[in-house]
Design a protein around this ligand. Structure first.
Ligand code: CP
Length: 298
């Protein structure tokens, strides 16, 4: 998402809207998509597979555990092997930043980033943008000028925050990243946003708040005194949610750590658009695959 022009983002969101409102078309009939998830996933992996198959493609699903990577084969060699079998696109997730770029240089087919380390998760960013547009009535313009969006939590580890913030800034929104200094370093302002430690102040004028999971698997827990302390300053509990302005919505990319960053009454409450994010993920991935692979009718 970093580096995409606003018109490029709006074109992808417009294509997403077409799939959401008109349903899938068989634009990938005869094509093959391989999903290579070298790091676990529920939403992204399943939605890419569903998107590709609903567009008519054949889908080959691989994961690190079941491939010859367990014998030492590299991601690059794996991608070249898959391509040699006649695959048209590779969707890749890896715990290391930069793996999609590495594969892109090694193969001729399309490569789509399904999340790389702490770097980017571009289709998550797109589905967050689309869900905000849908929730706040902006699907006709995708102009987010004047919106205040607050993203809270483990920002240092978050590829979602990087992609979503870049996209929101490109479309004109004002973004505030909020967390304790160890998880929300000031250098994140290079993404074109504010960085704050004061959640209650940031929420006063928020049109939407996106909560992020503490990524214990990336060592973020070592940056905290404890979950109880973290919750005092940074959990979205029912009391904080009740102070949001009318119409403000709550997002979470998932998976949620219920009772840590987000409480169940808020996650499942009227302001939550979490499952809409998941639903829109399929349409966004249809748009991304189509944009890379399909010959669309004029
Ligand atoms: N949001 C997200 O990337 O979820 P998964 O890890 O389940 O794909």
């Amino acid at each position: 998402m970093q580096g995409l022009e606003p018109d490029e983002i709006r074109a992808l969101l417009g294509l997403t809207r077409e799939f959401a409102e008109q349903g899938p078309r068989p634009v990938l009939t005869g094509r093959t998509v391989a999903t290579l998830f070298f790091e676990d996933s529920t939403r992204t992996r399943t939605s890419f597979m569903l998107a590709a198959s609903r567009l008519g493609a054949t889908v080959v699903d691989l994961s690190g555990a079941g491939t010859s990577m367990s014998k030492g084969e590299t991601p690059t060699d794996t991608a070249q092997v898959i391509e040699a079998m006649g695959v048209d696109a590779i969707v890749v997730r890896d715990k290391h930043a930069g793996v999609p770029s590495l594969l892109h240089r090694a193969v001729q087919c399309s490569v789509l980033n399904a999340g790389d380390g702490k770097h980017e998760h571009p289709t998550q960013g797109l589905l967050d943008l689309y869900t905000l547009g849908e929730s706040l009535g902006l699907l006709d313009s995708f102009d987010y000028s004047g919106l205040n969006i607050v993203i809270v939590g483990d920002l240092a580890s978050s590829r979602v925050a990087r992609s979503t913030t870049a996209g929101l800034s490109a479309l004109g929104a004002h973004v505030t990243l909020v967390g304790p200094p160890t998880l929300a370093p000031r250098k994140l302002s290079v993404l074109g946003c504010d960085v704050s430690t004061d959640l209650d102040a940031a929420l006063e004028d928020a049109d939407a708040v996106m909560m992020l999971r503490i990524q214990f698997e990336r060592g973020a827990g070592r940056q905290l005194a404890g979950v109880a302390d973290y919750r005092v300053g940074y959990a979205l509990d029912p009391e904080r949610a009740a102070r949001l302005k009318p119409g403000a919505v709550v997002l979470h990319p998932g998976p949620i750590n219920r009772g840590v960053e987000l409480d169940t009454p808020v996650a499942d409450g009227g302001r939550s658009v979490v499952l809409r994010q998941v639903r829109n993920g399929v349409f966004v991935r249809m748009a991304a695959l189509s944009a890379c692979m399909a010959t669309l009718p004029a």
